[in-house]
Design a binder for this molecule. Structure first.
Ligand code: FAD
Length: 470
């Protein structure tokens, strides 16, 4: 091993997920010498796309929020002058909630949503206005009050109808992998604001357009991006992090920022011997979020109706039970799901939460999942099976294989109270010069959440320069 041939970096970022890319852009733009090392052959982490037989599918993330005026992603795009380069469409309604009894659309204009609610839920429609007003403009006092609440407490505060509460909670369950009784009200509220009240945005061409644009801009700012380059080790001496090992070569760096899974960061890259026992105990008890099984279908004709909207199908209203079943999902208990028809109408993505299982399990069960999921989709598209030209699926094992996220977790750690805002997962005091960014850092999830963390991580490193570059 030799570091002699390599220049020293101000920062090495492990992983080119959205959080690593955003962080790298801010640092490189400010003049730091930055390297991003990514183990996969393309940037983006969960935010990539792939093409098979002429069909382009988003691999995992398939739309984003936080793009309103002053929204975090709008700010990020503006800071890197990407807002004019990447055409973004907002699909409206962003989300359609379907049950056997009801159909409710979540529109960009909450007043339209209220009108949708008025007929099925006459007593609750105006309560939705109050709920939205609270979310969009929470006073310091009221937000402090919900800090110890669950999302269920928050819904109970505004609504009475159990069916409506489940319908409003279902996209939060989908986007955070927790039922309302376990989801912190704070994170649930953030998801509602960023994914639903300001959601439905999509880069024309596919999610990879956003990741590729961030990767290109980073290099234009002078950053170096190494693809197909897993970091093998983080170098620690006397509690100080001083670089990484890539391809058996030591690369010295003043700061190391990990955008990859926290267990991998601490247990594999840093190593147990550098971790305090108390932290190790905590790490071993942390619960990851559920993973997902994703079905990709290429169709023989366009299905333009509701293309671009997230369609949520809730066959019954007991989300607590659904969470328990998802944790032991088999092909026999596929029930609730989310699906999205691509803007050109020709590709369908369908998602269900699923537990991590090993490769042999999925070798035996993948096809069974695909077939029963397709049968289940007939609740929304009765003749779907006759129009499929191409079918493929990603299992939780696939999620792990492509991103190395622990157990293929969709959203990092579960967003339960005991796992929120833990500084050891952002800037561990026992490892100087190491930061974590992204959905394992206990402070945010989803694309807007991890983009904010990328910004915040860079901003902390740059604080000696007083301001971020504009
Ligand atoms: C199926 C699915 C659908 C989703 N849909 C949405 C959605 O529509 N909208 C939304 O906002 N969010 C969605 N999410 C969540 C969202 O995608 C994630 O929260 C977010 O993309 C995480 O970004 P990140 O930068 O924290 O990490 P990741 O995207 O996990 O990136 C981490 C990166 O680190 C790399 N890496 C790992 N180990 C190493 C190593 N040793 N060396 C080098 N590189 C390494 C990985 O390859 C990866 O590129 C979805 C998630 C899933 C699974």
């Amino acid at each position: 091993m030799s570091g002699a041939d390599h220049p020293e970096y101000d920062a090495v970022i492990i992983g080119a997920g959205i959080s690593g890319l955003v962080c790298g852009n801010y640092l490189a733009k400010a003049g730091m010498k930055v390297l991003i090392a990514e183990q996969h052959h393309k940037p983006g982490g969960y935010c990539t796309s792939f093409t098979r037989r002429g069909f382009t599918f988003d691999a995992a993330a398939h739309s984003f929020g936080g793009y309103r005026e002053n929204g975090i992603l709008r700010k990020v795009f503006q800071d890197f002058s990407l807002d004019k380069n990447i055409p973004i469409t907002r699909y409206d309604p962003s989300d359609i909630l379907l049950t056997p009894e009801y159909r409710v659309c979540l529109w960009s204009d909450p007043e339209k949503t209220i009108e949708d609610l008025r007929e099925p839920f006459p007593k609750e429609a105006d309560k939705y206005r109050e709920f939205v007003a609270f979310l969009m403009n929470p006073s310091l006092n009221s937000f402090a009050r919900i800090r110890s609440w669950t999302f269920k407490d928050l819904l109970d505060h505004y609504f009475q109808n159990e069916a409506l509460k489940s319908m409003l909670a279902f996209p939060i369950f989908g986007n955070g992998a927790l039922p309302p009784s376990r989801m912190s009200a704070f994170i649930g509220a953030k998801i509602f604001i960023e994914f639903l009240l300001d959601g439905g945005y999509y880069p024309d061409g596919g999610m990879h357009v956003m990741s590729n644009a961030l990767a290109e801009r980073f290099q234009e700012y002078g950053g170096e991006l190494l693809l197909s380059s897993p970091v093998q080790k983080i170098i620690v001496r006397n509690g100080n992090v001083s670089g990484v090992v890539i391809n058996n070569t030591l690369i010295a760096s003043r700061h190391v920022i990990s955008n990859c899974d926290a267990r991998q960061t601490f247990l594999n890259l840093v190593g147990k011997k550098h971790l305090p026992q108390e932290f190790l105990n905590k790490l071993n008890h942390m619960i990851p979020s559920l993973s997902m099984f994703v079905l990709y279908l290429g169709m023989d004709q366009a299905f333009p109706e509701n293309a671009g909207s997230n369609i949520w199908y809730l066959p019954q209203y007991d989300l607590e039970n659904m969470y328990r079943s998802a944790a032991r999902r088999s092909h026999k208990n596929i029930s609730e799901f989310m699906m999205r028809i691509s803007p050109n109408g020709k590709c369908i993505l369908a998602f269900i939460h699923a537990p991590y299982r090993n490769k042999p399990f999925w070798l035996n069960n993948r096809e069974k999942f695909i077939e029963s999921f397709i049968i289940h989709l007939t609740h929304i598209m009765p003749d779907i099976a006759q129009h499929i030209l191409y079918k493929e699926a990603a299992t939780p094992h696939t999620m792990h294989r492509y991103t190395l996220n622990y157990r293929g977790a969709a959203y990092g750690w579960e967003s339960i109270h005991s796992q929120l805002a833990d500084v050891d997962f952002r800037r561990p005091s026992f490892l100087h010069n190491l930061s974590l960014t992204g959905h394992w850092s206990t402070q945010g999830l989803g694309i807007p959440g991890v983009a904010y963390l990328g910004y915040d991580t860079a901003s902390t490193l740059l604080k000696r320069r007083k301001t971020l570059p504009s």
